[in-house]
Design a protein around this ligand. Sequence first.
Ligand code: C2O
Ligand code: CU
Length: 509
Amino acid sequence: MKSKVWVTSLLIGTVIIGGCSASNSESNKNETMDHSNMTEEEVANMDHSNMSEEVMMEMENGHASHTNPVALNDSTGENEIALPPLLEPDKENGIVYDVAAQKGTTEIFKGVQTETYGYNGSFLGPVIRINEGDTVKFRTKNNLTEATTFHWHGLDVPGVGDGGPHQLLQPGETKEVEFTVNQQASTLWFHPHPEGATAEQVYKGLAGLIYVEDENSKNLGLPNEYGANDFPLVFQDRQFNEDKQFDYKAVSNEDGTIGDTMLVNGTLNPKLTVGKEKVRLRLLNGSNARNYTFKLNTGDSFQQIATDGGFLNKPTEISEITLTPGERAEIIVDFSNLDASSDLALVNEDDTILLPFKIDEQKANSIKIQETLNDYVVTEEEKSLPVTKELELFGMGKMVYINDKQFDMNRIDFTQKQGETEIWEIYNKPDMMGGMTHPFHIHGTQFKIVSIDGKEPPVSLQGWKDTVAIEAGQTVKLAVKFNNKGIYMFHCHVLEHEENGMMGQVEVL
Ligand code: C2O
Ligand code: CU
């Protein structure tokens, strides 16, 4: 039987190239992808009826190209980590932040200048701190020699100011975005979003942070001394060429560009010096494609206090947390009982050392973390709302689709009414290789995860989110409400998938 032969060769193929998907996302979330244990029947039952030959070819090519995934190097800890500067607003006329995208060179490796991009500096960007209730203005300027946009990831902002691919700034152009901060305390970020160049511009260094503060965050007594007990940590893996330059075109991969070199806040081989105290770490996976599962090398637990868009209701004891590209989490690590001789480090799933800690015994502080941080709830009403938007993520490499379509700037995929909650159901349809995890992101809002495969999400995801990791085969229901009008993107945050068209548009009316 023809189909039988096909299935058999498929199985052989899987054995040969099966290392790929798991490696690509390096996460224990992807156990579902290993098909070597699947029965023929299971494989045969997988739906590939409408898979084009092109997709199948692409899958084979794509897989072949990363059969040997790039492993990350351990951080030697020889460099104290860089801290992004806090951006001071111009207060002459309201609260105005100037943000310019520019080129520069940065000494990442000792004695070598690497050509980089940055906001208001040569590499990466500052932290913009804004307060709920304030009306603020971002005055943006493109000092690059190519077009870019300024996208505020996670910010509840009118569509015209969101910085999606429609809002291109040509070299030398400026644009002002004014809005009233209308969301709770959280760690957001900003990066470019021009069609066709997002992945490369982020790769070269365009990424900064936004901290939203509110009355709650100011009164909780959490560690909040910037650079003393409250640190932003932006994790990005990169592949340098022989000249220690970023050569995006040479290393880019259609299924997500990864590299062997970890930069945290742009620092190579970083370490972080902390006091004997509880320290707040704001983790951002700012990588194009790599997932991280953060753990302590001792296996000790820590507390998670926030998701992408706000605090969890309670500090939650966990021993690891996975972040896919675009996602954030805030954690509290307690160093009070450690001393200078201890060698604690933040490590990845496979124990790669990402960030060793050095303890400064002179510095101590006793902070008690409150029991109640927030009042997040998925209401019964939200749980009982019918699904009104269905999305199916499918494909890999260049052949990535949402509802069988690729991004078209001139096509609005959905409309939604301002202020109305709708249930979006997103299904990550497996392919014959199993498929991969897609970090699904919606612009201009923070949503609630109602369920994952029909079940309540884990405590780590019971908070406001703007990006959610959806594993192959999973169905996730989100309660989505937009407070502003305009056109917003939704897409996979593997930047090369977004670039290849795994993106759509919702217009809020
Ligand atoms: Cu962080 Cu559309 O992106
Ligand atoms: Cu994807």
